[in-house]
Each structure stands twice: as structure tokens, then as C-alpha cells.
Design a protein around this ligand. Structure first.
Ligand SMILES: Cc1ncc(C[n+]2csc(CCOP(=O)(O)OP(=O)(O)O)c2C)c(N)n1
Ligand SMILES: [Mg+2]
Length: 372
């Protein structure tokens, strides 16, 4: 990577086009890695669709659909090693799977059941200590300075750990983004910033978010090289992420990757996008959808055929259905967890509240009211 990469920050790096044809120089990626990428994207799509259904069934409180953004999440996170750290946002199911979280672990969280690793907390989305993956905070972009701080800690301790953080186009308007980038640039923090530019921040379009020609160019002012990449081309995303991770690991400092993608679904299950964007726009972007084009590429390269593809979808469909069954059968979290992980010894007033809560639950049960 040369200099600050101004050309790359204004450019649009891609390897395969929307028909799966090779349009750029093909990086040398082992066949098994390409199949792994595809598998993670398929798993993310299946899980995403199920989370949407489970929300509609009243089992999951809210879900932020990932549809259309699988390549950015999977391609970037696959560049990390297991001992690296991920600070995701709330739209990266694929990255959670890449880190090693299973469908069941993600579902346990979504269903707030007894195995929820985050014990029902509403202030964080998915994450798991076991997989060096921090739960995404609800306030947009808060994970950015957290990621920089973790990267600085790794650097000070002399570890060669890399930290990657994901966030949206909307998050680039928050102070946390600017503070994080500035700090990382000055102190050469080993961090990779990945913007999932999906063109919308709920109902705010990119054109109202910034007047800058690209989001990647915002890194340049902070001394952080920016690269704009086709976020729906998993091969291109992986290629630039590997470069950025290597750069961070070898002490050369941070990189800002803008993965240009599109949110095909609603912002969350609580959103109605027909109120602010047209059907035509969504149809236009369906053409660039990342799974179909990558499938074509793999078929053209002889790494996949229709039969194997069908088997893959069936296998992970079945895997996910079983995970849902198991997660749904688990008991709910015990009420005590709301007092855990705040105080080592809960104070009297919280203990009193817990007693009152138990009493209310007892009375509700006596009255035959459903308590969950
Ligand atoms: C500080 C803060 N302001 C507002 C919100 C409400 N909010 C939640 S998501 C969101 C839009 C974020 O857009 P973007 O960063 O582009 O991510 P995307 O949802 O598109 O993935 C907003 C405004 C919030 N959670 N936190
Ligand atoms: Mg967005």
C-alpha cells in the first residue's frame, strides 16, 4: 500500500462483477478458503431469514436484517486470526459465524434464554468472550473508540493482536468515529476500521450524511489510508482486509476500509422502508446481491455446481432448524441475572426490588397469567 492511498480512497476496488465475471486481477486465494467464504455467507443468510421469522412469531424482540451485506461481514472478518479481536456492529451475523459463534449461541442470545452469554442485557447486541468478539453497543459507533483502545492496549503489551471494528455509514457522522480515527492515526494503533456503507442510516440517505466524495477519503485527513471496495464482492473485500490486517500486525498502523454495499431489507423489524425509499431502488440493488454473484464465480471456476450448492443450503438449513429447536426448548433466564455483573455484592435496594419482582411473578402465576 503506497502512501495514504488517496486514489484508492476515491476508487472502487472489485474483482468480480454482479454477474460473477472476473473484472480485476484475481488474488491468489486457496479454493478451500473460497468455499468457506461462500458457506459462511449462506449460513448468515439462512440465520438472518430465520431471525426475521422468529421476530414475526413474537419469539425475538427485534432484528436488524443482514440481507445483501453478507460479503462485507464475511470477507473482512475472515482476514482475522482467532486471537485477534472483533468489535462488530449489529449487522454482521456472518462475522460472528466466522469468529466461531454457532447458530445456537447466536439464537440463545436472540431468544434471551438461559444460555444467553450476555444474560439478557438490552444494552448490547451479539458478542461472546470465548470468540474475542465484543458485544456491539446500541449507541451508534461507540465501538470505534473501544476498538482503538483495545488495539492500543495490545500494542503497549507487545502483543501482535489486530483489532477490527465494523460500523455503518451513519456512524461516520458521530464524534466517536473522528476521535477514534485521529487517535489511531497518531499512535499507529493496530486496528482495521470497516465501514459497511449500505447507503442508508435508517431513513437518512448517504447524500444527507456527508458531502465528502467517499467515506474512505475521511481516513486520509487523519493519516489513515482509506480504501473503497465493492462490499458485495467478497473476494475484493477479503483481499483488502488481508492487506489491512497485515499492515496493522506489522506495526504500520490503521486502515479505513469503506465496503460499499446496500441494505436490501428494512433497518430493523421495527422499520418500514417504503416510507422513505422506492421499490425501484431496492430492485436495482438486488442485481448486485453478493451471494448469487459469488455462486456464479465459484461455478465458473469449477469449485461448485448446482447439485453441491443445493446440498449446502439444505445442510445448513437443517443445521439451523435444529439449533432453533434446541434454543426454543431452553428455559428462560432466571430473574436474578438482572442484578448480576453490576455490583459484586448487590446493595439492599436492589435486593428489595428483586424480592418484589419475585412476589409479583408469584402472584401473576397464581392468577394464571403468562410470565416469561
Ligand atoms: C447515538 C445514537 N443515535 C441514534 C441511534 C438510533 N439509531 C440506531 S441505528 C441508526 C442508524 C445507523 O446507521 P448506520 O450507521 O448507517 O448503520 P446501519 O443501520 O445502516 O447498518 C440510528 C440513527 C442510536 N442507536 N445511537
Ligand atoms: Mg447504513
Amino acid at each position: 500500500m503506497s502512501g495514504l492511498g488517496i486514489d484508492r480512497a476515491l476508487g472502487f476496488y472489485r474483482v468480480i462483477d454482479e454477474e460473477g465475471r472476473v473484472v480485476g486481477e484475481e488474488p491468489d486465494i486457496p479454493s478451500a478458503t473460497l468455499i468457506d467464504m461462500y458457506t459462511y455467507m449462506v449460513r448468515a443468510r439462512i440465520l438472518d431469514e430465520w431471525l426475521l421469522k422468529l421476530q414475526r412469531m413474537g419469539k425475538v424482540a427485534i432484528h436488524a436484517p443482514n440481507r445483501g451485506q453478507e460479503a462485507a461481514a464475511v470477507g473482512a472478518s475472515m482476514a482475522l486470526r482467532r486471537e485477534d479481536w472483533l468489535f462488530p456492529s449489529y449487522r454482521e451475523l456472518g462475522a460472528l459465524l466466522v469468529r466461531g459463534m454457532s447458530e445456537e449461541e447466536i439464537l440463545d442470545r436472540a431468544l434471551y434464554n438461559a444460555d444467553d452469554p450476555l444474560k439478557g442485557s438490552d444494552f448490547a447486541i451479539y458478542g461472546h468472550r470465548k470468540y474475542n468478539t465484543i458485544p456491539a453497543p446500541v449507541p451508534v459507533g461507540n465501538q470505534i473508540p473501544h476498538a482503538v483502545g483495545a488495539a492500543m492496549a495490545a500494542k503497549i503489551m507487545g502483543h501482535d493482536t489486530v483489532v477490527m471494528t465494523f460500523f455503518g455509514d451513519g456512524a461516520t457522522s458521530r464524534g466517536d468515529f473522528h476521535a477514534g480515527l485521529n487517535f489511531a492515526g497518531v499512535f499507529k494503533a493496530p486496528v482495521v476500521f470497516v465501514i459497511q456503507n449500505n447507503m442508508w442510516a435508517i431513513s437518512v440517505p448517504l447524500s444527507r450524511q456527508t458531502k465528502a466524495p467517499t467515506l474512505a477519503i475521511k481516513g486520509v485527513a487523519y493519516g489513515v489510508p482509506g480504501i473503497r471496495v465493492d462490499g458485495n464482492d467478497v473476494v475484493a473485500v477479503y483481499r483488502v482486509a488481508v492487506e489491512a490486517v497485515n499492515r496493522a500486525r506489522s506495526g504500520e498502523g490503521p486502515t479505513l476500509i469503506e465496503a460499499r454495499t446496500y441494505r436490501l431489507g428494512p433497518h430493523t423489524t421495527a422499520d418500514d422502508p417504503s416510507r422513505y425509499r422506492s421499490e425501484e431502488e431496492v430492485k436495482k440493488y438486488e442485481k448486485y446481491e453478493p451471494i448469487r454473484r459469488f455462486r456464479r464465480y465459484l461455478i465458473d471456476r469449477g469449485l461448485l455446481d448446482e447439485e453441491k450448492d443445493k446440498e449446502l443450503w439444505e445442510k445448513w438449513g437443517e443445521h439451523t432448524r435444529k439449533a432453533i429447536e434446541r434454543s426454543l426448548e431452553k428455559p428462560p433466564l432466571p430473574v436474578e441475572v438482572i442484578l448480576e455483573d453490576v455490583y459484586s455484592e448487590p446493595p439492599w435496594n436492589l435486593r428489595e426490588q428483586l424480592r418484589e419482582l419475585r412476589e409479583s411473578i408469584r402472584v401473576m402465576k397464581e392468577l394464571g397469567l403468562e410470565v416469561e
